[in-house]
Design a protein around this ligand. Sequence first.
Ligand code: NDP
Length: 376
Amino acid sequence: AGCSVCFRRNFSSSPSRLQSCMSAWVIDQYGTNGVLRYTEEITMPTINSASEVMIKVYAASLNPLDVSMRGGYGAKLMKLRRDPFSAMSDDNEFPLILGRDVSGVVVDCGSGVTHFSPGDEVWAAVPPWKQGSLAEFVTLTEYEVSYKPKLLSHIEAASIPYVANTALSALVNAGGLCRDNASNKRVLITGGSGGVGTFSIQLLKAWGAHVTVTCSQNAEGLVRGLGADEVVDYTAGDVAEKLETMEKFDVVLDGVGGDTEEYAMGLLKPWSGAKYVTLVTPLLLNTDSMGLLDGTLHAGFTLHSKAIQNILSSGVFYRWGFYAPDGPALDEVSRLVDAGKILPVVEAQFPFTQVPQAFQKLEQGHARGKTVVRVT
Ligand code: NDP
């Protein structure tokens, strides 16, 4: 847990030799918002390998995953990923720091770091198996970090990395799209008004795709403003029926899940390499409820059978999309932001003293972009 004696100084930009503790929001057990605890006595992260950089956090943002992880979602798989040897032991992961996005300044680098030096302004998405960004400092590997776009404030920058790494991994690795082949491809995004949706619309428009979005009626102005070509209000009548009247799609990016996949497969162009990519997968829920081995096998079987069934019946690919840490991908996003092609969509911002209120906001749902926390 926290250290017994803390030597704190006024550290405006870099940790001093005297400083061994930092402030952070932690959880000591899984549960509802009441488990969030502010402390100034959490041990500072250290550079443990040559490729690591330490970042002073200026802003962080929250994702639905933070709310789920606060409740214990994915705990077994994350524990295994953090330390394969601890998975079978009673060692616990607490105090655990949540928060996936960071915008801040590099304060220290491992001996092998070549791209960054102290003083650089950077952004990154902190992998969920690492200590998060709701803290004064976070340590990441060089590969996970990227230079922050020059045009954005830290608050604005913190709204982008996690959704950007997720969207890029899902659209590129699972959806087969990229800057050079997306032009005029027809893409459907379900859940277009949230964090992933508002980013994906802009990325796909920057790549020249035709973008259709499902969202609530009161989000239509937002998504059209970000470039959506066609918008379907899912709250007014049968959304599947409306989408079926449209020309078929090359890629569906599903940020809603549930019964969406039942009708979405039929919206894809048959026998043309079209792909359905869902972000809402049962992998972590399965490992939580069935254990690591059974849960992974069960999830693998589900994915495999759906993929086989869809490719044989209509020639469309069924895939799962996942967040993947990727600094170089953020470099590309940084260029698009500085070229004015991608705008941050910050719906709400909270001071560091109000992290529980930020979680509450996220838990209410109906996101219109991102919720950001001002850390420094
Ligand atoms: P957000 O909470 O930011 O956004 C969700 C959006 O969907 C809200 O704007 C909501 O607004 C809208 N929405 C809800 N129901 C529907 C519906 N039936 N049809 C259309 N829109 C709907 O979430 P994110 O964008 O950050 O993430 C989207 C999903 O992807 C989440 O389930 C998240 O857990 C998952 N995810 C998975 C990752 C992975 O690695 N697999 C990584 C990142 C995200 P309203 O309710 O007002 O309509």
